[in-house]
Design a protein around this ligand. Structure first.
Ligand code: SAH
Ligand code: SF4
Ligand code: F3S
Length: 458
């Protein structure tokens, strides 16, 4: 779960530029990125335009994340800067949306007199109306009561990337992992109907999308309560002409079953990567987290996946220093890293969150310096594993979907392999959004480097 702060900017449709300018800043996970895209649609329809510079913005909106304390700190410090900007430019409208808005609600308006509106995770479709109201009447607005809406209209043409798009297949989460604030900020799980999803996917593919990423907190449990399975969606998308790749995040080990593994095996477009967070390598800790599986079951799923989808790579999330975690538990998590050899992993210190099942019930008893030490050990081990794996890939050739210029070096392109490995290589701007073959010739723990080759993908 990358910590991002990207402006969502899609090119204005012809004849549509020139309205008041909005700066949308996005924190948190892919759900927020997609919500920000949907907000962008609503704002465009409402006559607004976009900017990525706060000096020229008429409104700044922060789409926020509550997952860890630090994520919220970043937003508060940003609100401090915006309060200063607003002293110089009182007409600037400032809004907080997303998970933190949902969690804190009115408390945010009270803490920040400079804040004009707060809109929760189910209220963003109304964002243009809210902004109109704030700008016209100089009132302050709190909107956190929205009903779960899985049918937010989408303009397929308004998206930041030509060849890639996120599609929401479910909202909210019905699990109650004891550390996690998401069920509180995003509400209970609602799956979106299959026809609805496929119509949106078709429209996106017709408009040039080659890679779809289906989003849900427990995406592999999509439709279960309506008697459907994510496998039905994968089968339909495998048949969709023009679509090259389908990803889906995030999968929950408890929702993994034989039928879904078979469906993945029958869907080559699903590629060679699955994000399947284990959170810990200790059964005692998993029990306290209420994750609903054991380490043995997790490893059994991994083995089965690797047998049925040869070459599949796994991504993991790990929490270091959860309540009651002993040194033995920590060693068990290190052993899990060795056993699975994740191709990537997001590893963070446990951060107690108000309103979660653990809050006030489980003692946050691992001292911070121990959490930091365990985190460092996990990161070091995971880096070694990734470097070894990447070095083993030297000389191999991969099909790469080119995403754009490399952020570090504008003379190089950045793309992803079918196994979701990051790769940079010298290239021409016209290769962006294309599938090309790239041979790996160098590697760090995080990124591969290579050279485009004419040879077919091995
Ligand atoms: N629905 C997904 C994850 C959503 S949150 C799943 O079940 O896997 C993304 C990641 O943030 C989690 O996988 C977890 O590793 C991490 N996370 C969640 N709450 C946290 C907390 N209180 N402290 C530290 N990390 C946390
Ligand atoms: Fe949070 Fe657990 Fe739901 Fe994931 S499955 S969003 S970790 S409660
Ligand atoms: Fe995502 Fe953060 Fe909300 S991880 S669901 S934006 S709390």
């Amino acid at each position: 779960m990358p910590g991002v702060n990207d402006a969502v900017l899609s090119p204005p449709p012809p004849g549509h530029a020139g309205g008041p300018k909005v700066l949308l800043e996005v924190f948190g996970c892919q759900m927020n990125k997609l919500d920000a895209e949907l907000m962008a649609t609503a704002l465009r329809r409402g006559g607004y335009d976009f900017t990525d510079r706060d000096e020229e913005a008429d409104a700044v909106m922060l789409v926020t994340c509550s997952i860890r304390d630090q994520a919220e700190h970043r937003v508060h410090s940003h609100l401090g800067e915006l309060a200063q900007l607003k002293q110089r430019r009182p007409e600037l409208a400032v809004g907080v949306l997303g998970c933190m808005a949902q969690r804190e609600g009115d408390a945010l308006l009270k803490r920040w007199p400079s804040l004009d509106f707060v809109a929760g995770t189910r209220d963003f479709p109304a964002v243009a109306d809210i902004l109109d109201e704030v700008r016209a009447d100089h009132t302050r607005v709190l909107a956190i009561e929205g009903a779960p809406d899985v049918r937010t209209p989408r303009d397929p043409a308004l998206r930041p990337h030509k060849a890639r798009a996120f599609v929401s297949v479910m909202r909210g989460c019905h699990k109650r992992c004891t550390y996690c604030v998401v069920p509180k900020t995003r509400g209970d799980e609602v799956s979106r109907p299959m026809d609805d999803i496929l119509t949106e996917c078709r429209a996106l593919v017709d408009d040039g999308v080659q890679e779809l990423t289906l989003l849900g907190q427990t995406v592999n449990g999509w439709g279960r309560r309506e008697g459907r399975s994510l496998g039905d969606l994968l089968a339909a998308l495998q048949e969709m002409d023009g679509l090259q790749r389908v990803r889906f995040i995030t999968s929950h080990p408890e929702e993994m079953d034989d039928a879904l593994i078979e469906a993945m095996a029958a869907c080559p477009k699903a590629g060679l990567f699955l994000h399947l967070p284990p959170q810990s390598g200790s059964d005692a800790v998993l029990r306290r987290m209420a994750r609903g599986y054991t380490v043995a079951r997790y490893l059994q799923i991994v083995e089965q996946l690797r047998a049925r989808v040869p070459g599949i790579e796994l991504g993991g999330d790990i929490i270091a220093g959860f309540c009651g975690e002993t040194e033995d538990d920590h060693q068990a998590t290190l052993a899990l890293l060795d056993a699975v050899r994740f191709s990537q992993a997001y590893i963070f210190r446990y951060s107690p969150r108000p309103g979660t099942p653990a809050w006030g019930r489980l003692d946050d008893d691992v001292p911070d310096e121990v959490k930091r030490r365990r985190l460092a050990e996990l990161l070091t081990r995971q880096n070694e594993i990734m470097l070894e794996r990447h070095r083993g890939m030297l000389g191999s050739v991969h099909e790469v979907l080119v995403e754009g210029a490399s952020r570090r070096d504008a003379t190089r392109l950045f793309g992803r392999t079918l196994a979701f490995d990051r790769i940079v290589f010298p290239g021409e701007p016209e290769w962006v959004d294309a599938l090309v073959s790239v041979q790996v010739n160098d590697a760090t723990a995080l990124t591969l480097s290579g050279e485009r080759v004419a040879a077919p993908v091995a």
